[in-house]
Design a protein around this ligand. Structure first.
Ligand code: 5GP
Ligand code: ZN
Length: 137
């Protein structure tokens, strides 16, 4: 755990999140600034700033969990598509320096840019979606 890292705090239960799934090496929870409804983050439980520093086991666990979450999103929301997006470094618009994969439901023609602007979502709606996704895992 790195003390000033928000995702380490979430993994440790020291900061709140709408949790979807957890195992020893990966945690999935709702993004609090969703780029689209159902936007989920999968983070490694181990602190690594990005892809370069992450263990092979952490990477495998996060990838497998992202696929599981994508399946639940497909079942619950039936989006037109799903992107997995993973940023490394400021030039890639990474804003939290702890490895994570965005699982991002897409709607045909939504024209979501790869570097979307962060704006807070409705927490009640996010929490309700979290419950539906959890139930579909
Ligand atoms: P990045 O910009 O690094 O690719 O993505 C970081 C993501 O973390 C952003 O989508 C942002 O909304 C999300 N995020 C930042 N702080 C928090 C937080 O405290 N809780 C949750 N659930 N998401 C967060
Ligand atoms: Zn961390």
């Amino acid at each position: 755990m790195t003390e000033d890292c928000i995702f380490c705090k979430i993994v440790a239960g020291l900061a709140p999140c709408f949790e979807i799934a957890r195992d020893d090496r990966a945690l999935a929870f709702m993004d609090i600034n969703p780029a689209s409804p159902g936007h989920v983050l999968v983070v490694s439980t181990e602190h690594a700033a990005d892809l370069h520093g992450l263990s092979p086991e952490g990477l495998a666990a996060a990838a497998l969990m992202a696929r599981r979450v994508a399946g639940a999103i497909q079942t619950v929301l039936a989006p037109d598509g799903i992107n997995l997006i993973q940023a490394n470094g400021p030039g890639a618009a990474q804003s939290v320096a702890h490895f994570h994969i965005h699982v991002l439901p897409r709607t045909m023609g939504d024209r979501l840019p790869i570097n979307w602007l962060l704006s807070p979502g409705d927490r009640t709606a996010i929490g309700a979606l979290a419950e539906r996704l959890k139930a579909a895992l």
